[in-house]
Design a protein around this ligand. Structure first.
Ligand code: PLP
Length: 358
């Protein structure tokens, strides 16, 4: 079988050793004679798993003690509604940064619950940059941002909150770089990029912010219910949590978030350098806001684009076709993608250029 280099945007790219451990646990978990899929989520053994996973999140991201770490379901898309359902009352207002496809989805859901003010947008340039923003309106319930725009390939490197509670969708860059959790009142992320399999959503929230909720919300949409029941109000996504634990242990072995961040910078620099050097390609995102997780670029024309896609596929490079709203290519460089795969892609771009000169 040809070796594949997976540049896909997910769900769930994991190191081979983690995949192997997960596969073993499906057959016979820790020599218990049971599959991880069938053990009771109320068993001491699984309670140990969920506790350990929470502690790993705390350790790897330096989560302060006055923040809760929750494992929910429904993906980041449910958070688009859950955040305003909890924090945006009918008579209040929330501020949103409109930085791309997923930010737009979050805005659409928030409008169901109250007034939404878009304080800055990069829609004018097809979301190729992060807009400047500021706010001194202390009456807004929160300010919502998206740290990494998975489709457009832009990333925020600064997070001024202007004294307003800051809520951030970190689905596609959490655990890829250091963050200061104190900059945020609530962070959410679908697990399936750098944390583990789809099915689990991570929420890190300041307890004081959670305690400010006045709205009556259904139990499954109430952060406090999950906090007060240690993320076990109902059956948790057992397998996703277990594999996340394995993956976070792997991350610890890579030198933690600091170690992986160095590697991620190296991988992204290698690819952007080639995009900027190679006359057949050009980057689509503003240089200052280029994402380290999702590298978006185009070929000089459609015929070249098609030819390179085919060339890359023959070399085992998969998942590099860009999302339809941006076009071109998107190479996702999540934590588990080895630097060797980036080298293969860069060499493919060079070879492709040379083949055109003949
Ligand atoms: N937000 C961002 C930044 C994403 O990248 C994604 C999915 O890729 C989502 C939200 C939606 O996440 P989910 O599929 O978990 O609902």
């Amino acid at each position: 079988m040809q070796q594949k280099h997976n540049f896909g945007a997910g769900p769930c790219i994991l190191a081979p050793s983690v995949m192997q451990q997960a596969a073993n646990a499906v057959i016979n978990w820790n020599d218990s004679g049971l599959s991880i899929l069938e053990v009771s989520h109320r068993s001491a053994a699984f309670e140990n798993v969920i506790r350990k996973t929470q502690l790993l999140v705390r350790e790897l991201l330096n989560v302060p003690n006055d923040y809760s770490v929750l494992f929910l379901q429904g993906g980041a898309s449910t958070q688009f509604a859950m955040v305003p359902m909890n924090f945006l009352q009918k008579k209040s207002r929330a501020a949103y940064l409109d930085t791309g496809y997923f930010a737009q989805k979050a805005i659409k859901e928030a409008r169901l619950f109250g007034e939404v003010e878009i304080i800055a947008s990069s829609k004018d340039k097809n979301y190729a940059y992060i807009p400047d923003y500021s706010s001194n309106d202390q009456r807004v319930a929160y300010l919502h941002c998206t740290s990494n725009n998975t489709i457009e390939g832009t990333e925020m490197f600064e997070f001024p909150g202007f004294g307003i509670p800051l809520v951030c969708d970190m689905s596609s860059d959490i655990f890829s770089r250091r963050i200061n959790v104190r900059d945020f009142d609530l962070i959410y992320a679908g697990a399936q990029k750098n944390m583990g399999p789809a099915g689990m959503t991570l929420v890190i929230a300041k307890n004081k912010f959670l305690d400010s909720v006045k709205a009556e919300v259904p139990a499954m949409m109430d952060y406090r219910v999950f906090r007060d029941n240690d993320s076990m109000y109902n059956t948790p996504p057992v397998f996703s949590i277990y594999v996340a634990m394995l993956n976070l242990l792997w991350l610890k072995d890579q030198g933690g978030v600091e170690g992986i961040e160095k590697m991620n910078i190296k991988k992204a620099n290698m690819l952007y350098q080639e995009i900027d050097r190679n006359p057949l390609f050009k980057g689509t995102a503003n240089v200052a806001h280029r994402s380290r997780m999702n590298v978006t670029f185009k070929a000089i024309d459609e015929a070249t684009e098609k030819a390179f896609l085919q060339f890359a596929e023959e070399l085992g490079l998969v998942g590099i076709k860009g999302y339809r709203t941006v076009g071109g290519f998107r190479a996702s460089l999540y934590n588990a993608l080895p630097i060797a795969s980036v080298e293969v892609l860069v060499n493919a771009m060079k070879q492709f250029e040379n083949s055109r000169k003949l």
